[in-house]
Design a protein around this ligand. Structure first.
Ligand code: PLP
Ligand code: COI
Length: 340
C-alpha cells in the first residue's frame, strides 16, 4: 500500500491484498497449502463449478483488538458449515484443521490490511471451494480447489448501526423448499440478485424473504438472518430454507446470558405488527437494526423503530458481540482464535 487506506470509511467491497492461500484436492487427498500473490486462477473451461454451480463459500472476520491482538471469530463454526455445504452439493469437505491453518496463514500474511482498533472496520475472510474437474455430464467433480482470500471491509449496510427499511415481495424466492437454502452455495446468491436489486431500486436495504412453500412465515433477510424482540423475548425464524447463521447463534447465547428467553420458531408475517425491535444479523451485517418493514404486496407497513433509533435489546446485543470480537469483553464462550 503506497498510502494508508481510509479505514473508517471503508465500504463492504473488494480491495486487493498481498496474498491468498490455496489447496487442491486431487487423487483422493488434499495437497500442500500454496501461498499466492495472484488475484486470478487458471481454470478448465469445462470445470463443474463453471457449468453446474459446484461452488460453496464462507464469510468470517478478523479484528484488531483493544490490546493489539488479532482475533478471528468462531472459525471452527465456519469450518463445520462449509463441510455441511460441501456434503450438500457433493463436494469434498475440507478438514477443520486444514481450514483453520489456511485462515491463520492468510490473516497473518495480510496483517497490514487488518483495520486498526477503533476504525469500525475489519478484515473479511472469504474461503471458497470450487469443482475444477471437467464435467459435461451433470456429475460432481473429483478434484476441488479451496481458496482463502481476505479483504478489509466496512459495514455491509452503509448506514452502519442505524435502522433501515426492508421489504417483503412475494414474487421472488431465494431458494426452494428442501432446496439449497441451508447451505452457503453460490447459486443461492445468484438466485437472490433480481429481488435484491429490485428492493435496492425501491430504496430498501434488503428483502425479507418468506418461506418458499407457504409464503406465510418469515425466512431470512437478504444475506442475513432475521431476529426480533417481542415482549422481552428474542425470536428468530426456525426454517430449513435459511442459512444457519453463526452470528444469530452467538447472539442467542448472549441473549440467554443476559437472562433473555430465546425462541426459534415459525413467525408469521402478521406477527410483525407486535414486535418491538428487529435486526438483520450476519457476519457482514453484524446486527443491522430494522426501522420499517413494508409488505409490497398488500401495502401493510410495520413500523418497528418508532423513534427511528435502534431498540435497547438489539443495541445491547450488538455492543456485547462487538466487545467480545474486539477483546474488550471477556470471551467466556471461547469464540475467538488469537492469531500470533
Ligand atoms: N443468511 C445468509 C443468506 C447469509 O449469506 C449469511 C452470511 O453469511 C447469513 C445468513 C449470516 O450468517 P453468519 O452469521 O454465519 O455470517
Ligand atoms: C457474510 O455475512 O459473511 C456473507 O457471506 C454475506 C454476504 C454474501 C456478503
Amino acid at each position: 500500500m503506497k498510502e494508508e487506506l481510509d479505514w473508517a470509511n471503508l465500504a463492504f467491497g473488494y480491495i486487493p491484498t498481498d496474498y491468498n492461500v490455496r489447496c487442491v484436492y486431487k487423487d483422493g487427498r488434499w495437497g500442500e497449502i500454496e501461498v499466492s500473490s495472484s488475484e486470478t486462477i487458471n481454470l478448465h473451461i469445462a470445470a463443474s463449478s463453471l457449468h453446474y454451480g459446484q461452488e460453496i463459500f464462507e464469510g468470517l472476520k478478523a479484528f484488531r483488538g483493544a490490546d493489539g491482538k488479532i482475533r478471528v471469530f468462531r472459525l471452527e463454526e465456519n469450518a463445520a458449515r462449509i463441510q455441511e455445504s460441501a456434503r450438500g452439493i457433493l463436494m469434498e469437505p475440507i478438514p477443520t484443521g486444514l481450514f483453520a491453518e489456511m485462515v491463520r496463514k492468510v490473516v497473518k500474511l495480510n496483517e497490514r490490511f487488518i483495520p486498526p482498533y477503533g476504525s469500525g472496520a475489519s478484515l473479511y475472510i472469504r474461503p471458497l471451494e470450487i469443482g475444477i474437474s471437467p464435467r459435461i455430464g451433470v456429475k460432481p467433480a473429483s478434484e476441488y480447489l479451496f481458496i482463502v482470500m481476505v479483504t478489509p471491509v466496512g459495514p455491509y449496510f452503509k448506514e452502519g448501526f442505524k435502522p433501515t427499511n426492508i421489504c417483503i415481495m412475494r414474487e421472488y424466492d431465494r431458494v426452494a423448499p428442501r432446496g439449497t437454502g441451508r447451505w452457503k452455495v453460490g447459486g443461492n446468491y445468484a438466485a437472490s440478485l433480481t429481488a435484491g436489486e429490485h428492493a435496492h431500486e425501491l430504496g430498501y436495504s434488503a428483502v425479507l424473504y418468506l418461506d418458499p412453500k407457504e409464503k406465510k412465515y418469515l425466512d431470512e433477510c437478504g444475506p442475513a438472518n432475521f431476529i426480533a424482540i417481542k415482549d422481552g423475548k428474542y425470536i428468530t425464524p426456525a426454517s430449513d430454507s435459511i442459512l444457519p447463521s453463526i452470528t444469530n447463534k452467538s447472539l442467542q447465547q448472549l441473549a440467554l446470558d443476559m437472562g433473555i428467553e430465546v425462541e426459534a420458531r415459525h413467525i408469521t408475517v402478521e406477527e410483525l405488527a407486535d414486535i418491538d425491535e428487529a435486526a438483520a444479523v450476519g457476519t457482514a451485517a453484524v446486527a443491522s437494526p430494522v426501522a420499517e418493514i413494508h409488505d409490497l404486496d398488500n401495502g401493510n407497513r410495520y413500523i418497528i423503530a418508532k423513534d427511528g433509533q435502534p431498540g435497547p435489546v438489539v443495541t445491547a446485543l450488538y455492543h456485547k458481540l462487538r466487545g467480545i470480537q474486539m477483546g474488550e469483553e471477556a470471551d467466556v464462550h471461547g469464540w475467538n482464535t488469537i492469531i500470533e
